[in-house]
Design a protein around this ligand. Structure first.
Ligand code: HEC
Length: 181
C-alpha cells in the first residue's frame, strides 16, 4: 500500500530542488553548452516534407516508363509485379470500393493527393533502405504507380509543376472534419 511521503522521498525532493536551482543559475549565465548548431545541410536533409499543394517538391522528373525498372529492382519483392500486393500493401486498384462494404484502400483508390505519394516514397521506401533513391527515381516511381492505377499516361512527365495538377479519383469524397462556419 502506498504510504504518505516517507523520509526517503522527502530528502530526494530536497536534493532535486537544490540541483535544479544550481543548474538554473549556471544556465542563466552561459547556457547548457549541449549539442551543436545544425548546419544548413543537416536541416535540408531533414526538411523533406511535401505539402498537398506540392510545396517542397524538389527539382527532377520522371515518367512511368522510367519508373517500371526502378520499381522492379526496389519494390516488386514486397508489393508484387504490378502493385497488386505481395508480402506488403497492395498499391494498385480498389477503385470505386471505398464507399462500399469491402473497401480496398490503395494509394490509387484512397489517397487524395498525388504529391503525398512522392513524399511517402521519398521518406519511407524501400522499406529497408529508405531515402536511398534519387529524386528522379522517386518522380518516376510516383508516375509508375499513378499509371498502374489508370490515373496518368505512361509517358506523362511528373515533376514539381505537373504532379500537383494530377487529380486523384477519391479527392472529392473527403469531407472537412471541421467545416468552416
Ligand atoms: C521490404 C519490403 C518493402 C519494399 C522493398 C518496399 N516496400 Fe513499400 N511498404 C512496405 C511496408 C511494410 C509498407 C507499410 C508500412 C506502414 O504501413 O508503416 C509499405 C507501404 C508502402 C506504401 C503505402 C501504401 C499505403 O496504402 O499506405 C507505398 C506507396 C509504398 N510502400 C511504395 C513502395 C515503393 C515505391 C517501393 C520501392 C521503392 C517500396 N514500397 C518498397 C514494404 C516494402
Amino acid at each position: 500500500m502506498p504510504t504518505a511521503q516517507s523520509p526517503m522521498s522527502i530528502s530526494k525532493v530536497g536534493l532535486v530542488t537544490v540541483a535544479a536551482t544550481l543548474f538554473a543559475t549556471a544556465f542563466a549565465q552561459e547556457g547548457p553548452n549541449l549539442g551543436v548548431t545544425p548546419s544548413p545541410e543537416l536541416i535540408a536533409a531533414w526538411d523533406i516534407s511535401v505539402a498537398a499543394d506540392g510545396t517542397g517538391l524538389p527539382p527532377g522528373s520522371g515518367t512511368a516508363i522510367d519508373g517500371a525498372s526502378v520499381y522492379t529492382r526496389n519494390c516488386l519483392a514486397c508489393h508484387g509485379q504490378e502493385g497488386e500486393g505481395l508480402l506488403h500493401d497492395r498499391l494498385v486498384g480498389g477503385h470505386g470500393t471505398i464507399g462500399g462494404p469491402a473497401p480496398t484502400k490503395t494509394v490509387g483508390s484512397y489517397w487524395p493527393y498525388a504529391t503525398t505519394i512522392f513524399d511517402y516514397i521519398r521518406r519511407a521506401m524501400p522499406y529497408l533502405q529508405p531515402q536511398t533513391l534519387s529524386d528522379d527515381e522517386t518522380y518516376a516511381l510516383t508516375a509508375y504507380l499513378l499509371y498502374l492505377n489508370g490515373i496518368i499516361d505512361a509517358d506523362q512527365v511528373m515533376n514539381a509543376a505537373t504532379l500537383p495538377e494530377v487529380e486523384m479519383p477519391n479527392l472529392k469524397n473527403f469531407v472537412l472534419a471541421y467545416p468552416e462556419a
